[in-house]
Design a protein around this ligand. Structure first.
Ligand code: C5P
Length: 403
């Protein structure tokens, strides 16, 4: 999943030959599930048609303050467009438009919207070699960056004029990765590694039967997605689950038993910065491994169980700088038990969810949590979707880790 998913992108196209490439650029944004609205300067329409762009962006395309041919025309409000956007991209940015941006000229919808935008503004210059080298252009490039605009540098290569040199608009794929990387670099968990355990574990009784529990894995997967959205590299170590996730920052490790989860966690724990243990690990497993299916008989059957390794407690013992968070699902004496676990497992915080709370716990899509820190301060949260709960937990970690 891209950091651009769900982002509202305002694409401003100016009148240069590279405008023809913006059809492809819009398609790339749409493929990444971004929302795209397009503003063209009047001269950009000579290079690419509004129809092409509205078809690809699935949105109306704007090119003037109102449509002169329509007597019922409405005013295209540049302020609303500017406020709608999460980011604005001006590509290609001609020397003319850059100069207007620099001087605060607002004589077309694009530059007026630029002046109203509160979001980050990226610009990808494109022009002929000599224009690019001109002192005025250089001044625009410097000033535009000094006032906070983000330059997507032009590439060198063959230009439409036949000249060879600097001035080619960056290729659409490069523009997309430039913006993705720029957003990623600003995320609060960028460069951090997070281990998350999720789901149940299955402890084999025989080749066809196991001891398991009703954990769905939803909470752990929600945490993994929320952490990746914040830029973290996530090691999601999960027991058997129907949950799915595709994200370039999430490394999914599938395990079945508590011992396998233990091994997978220890493979990555030392190099992690944060670890969140939301898995419902089986506390016991059958003592003896049976290779053949146990036959049905009339007599009762006793299974001898032995404890599984306590994964969370084991990393609590070896932790150095990792911020360690456990989960506690309790049916009685919730607060008391949760507090004991903080000390016995050397946690920084514990997320308590009680089965007594309606909508909290296993297979539901919602959860109601209380987070308790190692000084035994607690913070109570409302019943929310597991995605929102995941965001609350990560926000809590970000705030308390630095405290
Ligand atoms: O002690 P209890 O099982 O209630 O503790 C729950 C917390 O410990 C959860 O964070 C769970 O993921 C973790 N845990 C573990 N390994 C176990 C048992 C629990 O990591 N064997």
């Amino acid at each position: 999943m891209s950091v651009l998913q769900g982002k509202k992108i305002l694409l401003g196209i100016t009148g240069g030959i590279a405008a023809y490439k913006t059809a492809h650029l819009v398609r790339l944004f749409i493929k990444l599930k971004a929302e795209v609205r397009v503003i063209l300067t009047p001269s950009a329409k000579d290079f690419i048609t509004p129809l092409t762009l509205s078809t690809l962006s699935k949105n109306e395309v704007y090119s003037s303050f109102y449509n002169e041919e329509d007597e019922n025309a409405v005013w295209n409000n540049h302020v609303d467009l500017g406020l709608w956007a999460d980011l604005m991209l001006i590509a290609p940015a001609t020397a003319n438009t850059m100069s207007k941006m620099k001087n605060g000229t607002a004589d077309n919808l694009l530059v007026a919207t630029y002046l109203s935008a509160k979001c980050p503004v990226y610009f990808a210059p494109a022009m002929d070699l000599d224009m690019y080298k001109h002192a005025s252009t250089k001044e625009s490039l410097i000033t535009l960056q000094s006032i906070g605009n983000i330059l997507i540098p032009a590439a060198s290569g063959e230009l439409a004029s036949g000249l060879v040199g600097e001035g080619r608009m960056a290729e659409p794929e490069d523009i997309v990765s430039f913006i993705e990387n720029d957003i990623l670099n600003q995320l609060p968990l960028k460069g951090q590694k997070i281990v998350i355990t999720a789901g149940p574990t299955y402890e084999a009784i025989d080749p066809v039967r196991f001891i398991g529990n009703h954990s769905s894995g939803k909470m752990g997967f929600a945490l993994a997605k929320a952490a990746a959205h914040l830029g973290a590299e996530v090691y999601l170590i999960t027991g058997p689950t129907k949950e799915q996730v595709v994200h370039s920052l999430i490394h999914r490790v599938d395990v079945v038993s508590a011992q396998e989860m233990y091994d997978a966690v220890h493979d990555v724990f030392q190099e992690s910065n944060i670890a969140i243990f939301s898995a419902a690990v089986a506390d016991y497993k059958p003592k003896n491994k049976v290779d053949q299916k146990i036959k049905k008989a009339d007599a009762s059957l006793a299974l001898e169980l032995t404890p599984t390794p306590d994964i969370l407690a084991s990393v609590g013992k070896i932790k150095t700088n990792q911020y360690l968070v456990g989960f506690a699902l309790e049916t009685n004496n919730e607060l008391e038990n949760a507090k004991k676990k903080i000390t016995s497992k050397h946690l920084d915080a514990i997320v308590l969810n009680s089965l007594n709370d309606k909508g909290a716990g296993f297979a539901t899509n919602t959860n109601k949590i209380t987070i308790i820190d190692k000084n035994l301060n607690s913070e109570v949260f409302n019943l929310k979707s597991k995605d929102e709960v995941a965001q609350d937990i990560l926000t809590y970690i970000l705030q308390n880790r630095q405290a």
